[in-house]
Ligand binder design. Structure first.
Ligand code: CP
Length: 303
């Protein structure tokens, strides 16, 4: 594929190949001098129409460590604010002879819309509530580094699943790699077509946590929820927040993940986020290696 729009475009072998390539780049990231000339002469635009700390910074760092020129464009400083369309913005950037665009956008399908219209690679850095494939790959890579394989493991995804592109992409990646997935959320924060998902659904967080190997907490995406339907945050935290009780019920070596940004004390107990079970910062480190692998694989693909 020219583009990475969703995990559905990848086979299990593709994911293994990305993990192997990321393992190689992880080693480069641990060196005192972290820059290699692999993508010298290539250029990529990081076009973020929604806020981001981790994804944007790690793509920027990944590109720079591979000697790829990276250019950042945010919605607020772009001519989108003057009425220019997404298509014209992208065609303008492509006319500068770039090799790829990494795009984050509030609209589901924005990355696919650009991929159809551009010759350069389009990498989806999160589109609405649809997909966040690079997040799922870095989550999978983090667990792969812990466990060696994902087969036979059970992962609980806990929180606002209805609005989560991270949950959607992770379910596809985790099940493809042989893991079982459980969802736990209030009924109003589950996707409407939940019966078609390959997951076990729980409404009680203690039941959901029993024996799981990893728990992935998700933030309440208040910005995507309709006013009037917002849950009471204190009540939500009491019934669906991750605390020590759920960790006790889980597998003895349970790992805790969170894609970030975290709302400490809401979906996750603050001490747990900092505990030895937490892989939150390992996820961030994996993000740089996985995005180096993706930039390398997509920008140097055979045309
Ligand atoms: N996980 C994630 O996408 O974080 P950012 O929004 O900070 O990029």
């Amino acid at each position: 594929h020219k583009d990475l729009l969703d995990i559905t475009q990848l086979s299990k072998e593709d994911v293994w190949h990305i993990f192997e390539t990321a393992t190689y780049f992880q080693e480069i990231n641990s060196r005192p001098v972290k820059k290699v000339p692999t993508l010298k002469g290539h250029s990529v635009v990081l076009f973020f129409a929604e806020p981001s700390t981790r994804t944007k910074t790690s793509f920027d760092m990944a590109g720079k460590r591979l000697s790829c020129d990276t250019f950042s464009l945010a919605k607020s400083s772009s001519s989108l604010t003057k009425g220019e369309t997404l298509k014209d913005t992208a065609l303008t950037l492509e006319a500068m002879n770039i090799d790829g665009i990494v795009i984050r956008h509030w609209a589901s399908g924005a990355a696919a819309f650009l991929a159809e219209r551009l010759d350069c690679s389009v990498i989806n850095a999160g589109d609405g509530r649809h997909a966040h494939p690079t997040q799922a790959l870095l989550d999978g890579f983090t667990l792969y580094q812990e466990w060696g394989a994902l087969e036979g493991k059970t992962v609980l995804i806990l929180g606002d699943i209805a609005h989560s592109r991270v949950a959607r992409s992770n379910v596809i990646m985790l099940t493809m790699m042989g893991a079982k997935v459980r969802f736990c959320a209030p009924r109003t924060l589950l996707p409407p077509n939940i019966k078609s998902w390959p997951v076990e659904v729980y409404s009680n967080v203690n039941e959901a946590s029993k024996g799981v190997d990893a728990i992935m907490c998700l933030r309440l995406q208040l910005e995507r929820q309709q006013a009037g339907l917002l849950p009471d945050v204190r009540e939500y935290s009491r019934y669906f927040g991750l605390g020590p009780k759920q960790v006790e019920l889980a597998s003895p070596n349970v790992k805790i993940l969170h894609p970030g940004p975290m709302n400490r004390g809401v979906e996750i107990d603050s001490a747990l986020a900092d505990s030895t079970s937490s892989l939150v910062l390992d996820q961030v480190a994996s993000g740089v290696a996985v995005r180096m692998a993706l930039l390398y694989l997509y920008l140097t693909r055979k045309k």
